[in-house]
Design a protein around this ligand. Structure first.
Ligand SMILES: Cc1ncc(C[n+]2csc(CCOP(=O)(O)OP(=O)(O)O)c2C)c(N)n1
Ligand code: SF4
Ligand SMILES: [Mg+2]
Length: 298
């Protein structure tokens, strides 16, 4: 008699099995590290192919799902989060990860970021912040520092940049963390903590664009003479004011978990509505419930 599939012991996926196409990023691009650590996370936490989904918008960083051999989508510019929200709400058994860049997250996708955060949808959103539009070859992004010279600001950017930590906190995100591609141990730690959070978890990961903003994050990299500063000792992750204060530190700022609280998720609230609605229509198949609703509209 053959062994039932459920009883066959499965080996954790290896990096070789989870890696898809060869990444097309430029040599030295920070995004390589994020991908490598994502593979490590999948291997370490023994996540199976069918239990993970990788969603992104458009940009160099958003090419991410192409390089992962699992379910996912390279979606519309700025719309990774609405797509990922649909997946998360309809498939609570999946680990939903959305990836993207600073332009994708805070320019065209700015509204979606705010709403996904306030709704506390259970998913992890990691933004590879290189402070520039990489894919379209060097335009000012919402996180570019004042004075940054680009094709759209030849005399230097003059607009106050978005502070991703403050943006996430004020939008209502229940998990807010910051890391950098040059500290792999820390990056993996943040990804694990985000994945374990029941709610919307946001990570800003500094990720250098070696092509269009070389050296942007040297001040945070001890190998380049900079300093990697952990969150202040004794930081209380449930203290929102302390999180804002840490977020207000000048660049390169702090790294770690700024804020983490438990609040009901959109997933739980919707599941409760579905449960109550189902009680009223016991014995009906999904299509019959839908039919009933259409009949009511006639
Ligand atoms: C609707 C729409 N507008 C503009 C573009 C052009 N576009 C593609 S990627 C991008 C910016 C990407 O920047 P970012 O999200 O920071 O990603 P990076 O390439 O830096 O990783 C823009 C403006 C597009 N593809 N679709
Ligand atoms: S242009 Fe910049 S962000 Fe894009 S792949 Fe090259 S180094 Fe990375
Ligand atoms: Mg960018």
């Amino acid at each position: 008699m053959s062994t039932p599939i459920a009883e066959i012991e499965r080996k954790p996926l290896t990096k070789k099995e989870i890696a898809a196409d060869h990444p097309t990023w430029c040599p030295g691009c920070g995004d390589f590290s994020v991908l490598a650590l994502y593979f490590k996370l999948i291997e370490k936490r023994k996540i199976w192919h069918e239990k993970i989904t990788t969603v992104a918008g458009i940009g160099c960083s958003s090419r991410f799902p192409y390089f992962v051999q699992a379910h996912g989508a390279h979606y519309i510019h700025g719309r990774a989060l609405p797509f990922a929200t649909g997946v998360s709400l309809s498939r609570p058994d999946l680990h939903v990860f959305a990836f993207g860049g600073d332009g994708d997250a805070f320019s065209i996708g700015g509204n979606h970021f705010n709403h996904c955060a306030r709704k506390n949808v259970k998913l992890t959103y990691l933004v590879m912040d290189n402070q520039v539009y990489g894919l379209t070859k060097k335009q000012t992004s919402p996180t570019s520092p004042i004075g940054f010279k680009s094709k759209t600001d030849q005399w230097g950017s003059m607009d106050e940049p978005v502070n991703p930590m403050r943006q996430a906190l004020s939008a209502g995100a229940t998990f807010v963390a910051r890391t950098t591609h040059t500290n792999p141990k820390h990056l993996l730690e943040m990804m694990e903590a985000a994945m374990d959070h029941n709610g919307f978890s946001f990570i800003e990961c500094l990720s250098e664009c070696t092509e269009f903003f070389e050296g942007a994050f040297d001040a945070s990299n001890p190998r380049k003479g900079g300093e990697f500063r952990d969150m202040p000792a004794g930081h209380d992750v449930t203290d929102e004011i302390a999180a804002y204060k840490a977020a207000a530190e000048p660049f390169p700022g702090h790294f770690g978990i700024f804020y983490k609280v438990n609040k009901p998720t959109k997933n739980e609230k919707e599941a409760e509505i579905n449960r109550r609605s189902r009680e009223k229509v016991q014995g009906l198949a999904d299509w019959q419930i839908l039919q009933q609703n259409f009949d009511r509209m006639k």
